[in-house]
Every structure is written in C-alpha cells, then in structure tokens.
Design a protein around this ligand. Structure first.
Ligand SMILES: NC(=O)C1=CN([C@@H]2O[C@H](COP(=O)(O)OP(=O)(O)OC[C@H]3O[C@@H](n4cnc5c(N)ncnc54)[C@H](OP(=O)(O)O)[C@@H]3O)[C@@H](O)[C@H]2O)C=CC1
Ligand SMILES: CC(C)CCC[C@@H](C)[C@H]1CC=C2C3=C(CC[C@@]21C)[C@@]1(C)CC[C@H](O)C[C@@H]1CC3
Length: 418
C-alpha cells in the first residue's frame, strides 16, 4: 500500500483550504455559466435570478446518454490504433505505451452521429439537456476521483505523482495521487484528457448550431465561426495527440478531481459557452468583421501550431533540418533549450497563440456582454498560473541554463508586456 509521501512537494492551489474551495467553486462556476447563457440578461457577474430545482438537474435520460457517450469513447479508444507511442521515462525507468487513435475517434464519432441524425436522432434536443448532462458529468467526476484516490492506496510508491501525496485527503483528492492510473492498457488520464470532453465539446457546439438553424431558419455567421474555430482547435489537438505525452498534465500532475472534472465536465460545458450564448442571444456579424476575426484566429493558430511543432520536432530530433539551424543553450541534463525561432520571441509562444485564438472565439459574440469573454479571462489566468508552475519545474530541472534562457528571452508570454 502506498503511504503518503509527506509534505516534500510545496503545496499548490492554496493548499488544503484552496483545494476545498475549488472543489465547490469549480462546479458552481460551471452551473452559473450554463444558467447565465440561457438567461435573458446573460450577466457574468450577477447571481442567477433563480436556482434550478433537483428536477431540472436530475434526468435518467441524461444519465443514460452520458454513460453511452463514455462507453462509445472508451470503445473507440480500444480500437486498433495507427500507432502506439511511448511516453516519457518514469521513475522506475520504464515507459508506458499509448494508442494514437484520437483523430480516428473524432472521425468515427462524426460518422456515427451523422448516421444517427439521418436515422432520426434529435441532435437539436441536446441543448435542452445541458444542465442535467453537466450534473451527471459532475457526479461522475466526484465518484471517479474517489475511485482514483482509493486506487492510489494500493499503487506502488513509484507510481505516485510528485504533488498530490501530502497526506491531507482533501488536497490529495483534488490534485490526484497516482501519476498514470491504468487498468491494463487503458490509461484513464490520457483517455479523459483528449476524448469524452474535447469531442463532447464540438458535439455540443454542433447541436447548438443545428438548434439555431431549427429556430431561425439557418445558423448565423457568428455560430459558424465559433463552431469552425473550435473544431479546428479540437481536430488539431487530436491530430497531434502524441504531443500531449510531454505536457505537465501527463508527466507531472496526478490524476484527481481537478483534471477529472476539468476534462469531462468543465471542458465540454464551459468551453462551449460562446455557442450557448449565441443560441439565445443572436449577434449580427457583417462580412468585413467576420473576415477580420478569421484573420485573428489564423494568426493565433499560426503562432500556436508553429511554436508547438517547432518544440516537438526539436525534442524528437534536434538535427531535423527544420530546426537544426536554430540557436540553442546546452543544459547539464544533456537536453538543449531553443533560444531562437518561436522560443526566442517569448518563453511561451504557444500560450500567446492560444490566447489570440481565445479572443477570436469570443469576438463573434459582439461586445454587448462580458459572458462570452469568460473563456478568455479564465484562460489568461490558467495560462499565467501554468506558466509559473512550468518555470518552477524548468528552473529545478535546468538550473543555471534556465536562468540564462530567462536572461536572453526576458518576456514570458506577451513580448514587451509580460
Ligand atoms: N485550451 C486549454 O484549456 C489548454 C491549452 N493548453 C495548450 O496546450 C499546449 C501545451 O502546453 P503545456 O503543456 O502547458 O506546455 P508547453 O508545451 O509549453 O511545454 C513546456 C515545456 O516545454 C519545454 N521547453 C520550454 N522552453 C523550451 C525551449 N526554449 N526549448 C525547448 N523546450 C522548451 C520544457 O520541457 P522539456 O524541456 O522537459 O521538454 C517545458 O516544461 C500549449 O499550446 C497550451 O497553450 C494548455 C493548457 C490548457
Ligand atoms: C477545471 C480547472 C480550472 C482546470 C482544468 C484544466 C483542464 C481543463 C486543462 C488542463 C490542461 C488541458 C489541456 C487541454 C484541454 C484543457 C485541459 C484538460 C488541451 C488538450 C487542449 C488542446 C491543446 O491542443 C492541448 C491541450 C493540452 C492541455
């Protein structure tokens, strides 16, 4: 049985108190956003006029639909993959293997939904079920995190994450104790991070678009843009699925409530906020403005993809001709750090691109309401916090070489500003 590791790792998120607050605050925020998007005033900062009763939250149909969705995504995960990739080296020097078939899961889901719709599946009924679906997703996240917490009790010490093993049950439940909880080949964290939530997000967007067409004769230009931009983002994440294996979520963070809730509830139900808002609050959008917004999204995507691909190519093979000419700093670990190209502009160019895209996703919703800008605000806070966590880890890993990198590339995310 795995004992708690003791308070060796510094506590994050405000320690046990912060974790306890977030356990309540995150679901409450998600429900607030869902209710605000369907209300007339659509206010981000005022409490909802009335709270929904249990009958509006609990629906056996929603539970069945949710379980069928999770079952479908799990079945698609288990299908033969075009490639099996190896993860980063673990504490015990082993490497886990992961199926690379996320994009295939997206395409097969689209085909199945298409078949279902042509056979009479009422996709436009989904927007009316968002509240009960979000409720069962939240319940699932709590129950699943409890299972993960218990599972970690019998995991070997080498399988535990560096954080999340403080001995405080609330903090550890929130952060997650085990690094890569699995049953046989089925990796829970890897599965949840990319499948039910991300694919669910674009399916909810699509249902909102279909519902808008039903209500108003055709989907609005704003709804098309939001759907198109976010589909590009999700398709890109699944196409470059292997890149997720080097993110801190997979290599460093335990799998607990934060990621379980974030992956399966927060992503589909809050990241679809712009489309939810547009269904009830249609916004006029002319072609010149739409073209300008497309240009902003294209610039954001260009930076985001360029930076991520440059680092991934460099990490896989530093002598690849696409990156071999870039300037680097050597580190004591034998790995090098890029100091020119995208990674010479700021220390997190991929975050900059991601934030520019986040702006482009909100702009089609106009400027009359703050609500559709929630994602941009939340995401800025998430990335600033994430950047600080990554900096700490890089300083620990690379020491003086990291300090030299910070000296040569002084800005973190936004050149000359931050
Ligand atoms: N939409 C959403 O909700 C979210 C989206 N994202 C996106 O996911 C993507 C992945 O983000 P994330 O996991 O945070 O981290 P990054 O992809 O930015 O990776 C950070 C790591 O890159 C390596 N690195 C840093 N600087 C350099 C350099 N100069 N040269 C070479 N390697 C370097 C270090 O790891 P090492 O040296 O060990 O390789 C560092 O730990 C991003 O595009 C982000 O925007 C992230 C979170 C949420
Ligand atoms: C609920 C909390 C406030 C925080 C939850 C955080 C999670 C929602 C995010 C943590 C890291 C994520 C990543 C992605 C989605 C959001 C979560 C799960 C991506 C898969 C998005 C697409 C990118 O191309 C890759 C991202 C990796 C990290």
């Amino acid at each position: 049985m795995a004992p708690p590791q003791g308070p060796r790792a510094p506590l994050e998120f405000g320690g046990p108190l912060g974790a306890a607050a977030l356990l309540l605050l995150l679901p409450a925020t998600m429900f607030h956003l869902l209710l605000a998007a369907r209300s007339g005033p659509a206010r981000l900062l005022s409490p909802p006029a009335s709270l929904p009763g249990l009958e509006a939250l609990w629906s056996p149909r929603a539970l069945l639909l949710w379980l069928a969705w999770l079952g479908l995504q799990a079945a698609l995960y288990l299908l033969p993959a075009r490639k099996v990739a190896e993860g980063q080296e673990l504490k015990d020097k082993s490497r886990l293997r992961y199926p690379i078939n996320g994009f295939q899961a997206l395409v097969l889901t689209a085909l199945l939904v298409g078949l279902g719709v042509s056979a009479g599946l009422p996709l436009a009924a989904l927007p009316e079920m968002l509240l009960p679906l979000a409720f069962v997703a939240t319940l699932t996240a709590f129950i699943f995190s409890l299972f993960l917490y218990m599972k970690a009790q019998v995991a070997p010490v080498s399988a535990l994450a560096p954080g999340g093993n403080s001995g405080n049950p609330i903090y550890d439940f929130f952060l997650g104790r085990e690094l890569n909880p699995r049953i046989c080949f089925f990796d829970f964290k890897y599965f949840c991070e990319l499948r039910p939530g991300l694919i669910g997000w674009v399916l909810i967007n699509l249902a909102l678009l279909v519902k808008e067409a039903e209500l108003r004769g055709s989907p609005s230009l704003a709804m098309w843009l939001v759907n198109g931009f976010q589909l590009l983002y999700v398709g890109d994440a699944l196409w470059h699925e292997e890149a997720i294996l080097t993110t801190m979520d997979i290599t460093h963070d335990g799998f607990g409530f934060m990621l379980a809730f974030g992956d399966i509830a927060w992503v589909p139900f809050t990241y679809s906020l712009q489309a939810q808002f547009l269904l009830r609050h249609p916004q006029p959008l002319g072609l010149p403005m739409a073209s300008a917004i497309c240009l902003i999204n294209a610039i954001g995507y260009y930076i985001f993809r360029g930076a991520n691909s440059q680092k991934n190519t460099f990490r896989k093979n530093p002598s690849d001709p696409r990156v071999a000419g870039l300037e680097t700093i050597s580190t004591a670990t034998g790995r090098k750090l890029l100091v020119s190209g995208w990674w010479g502009m700021v220390r997190h160019p991929n975050y900059l691109g991601d934030l520019i895209m986040a702006l482009a996703w909100s702009l089609p919703c106009g400027v009359s309401h703050l609500l559709p800008y929630f994602y941009l605000l939340y995401f800025t806070a998430l990335l600033v916090h994430r950047e600080a966590r990554d900096e700490r880890q890089c300083l620990q890993k690379y020491g003086l070489a990291w300090q030299e990198y910070c000296r040569r590339v002084p800005y973190r995310i936004m050149p000359y500003i931050y």
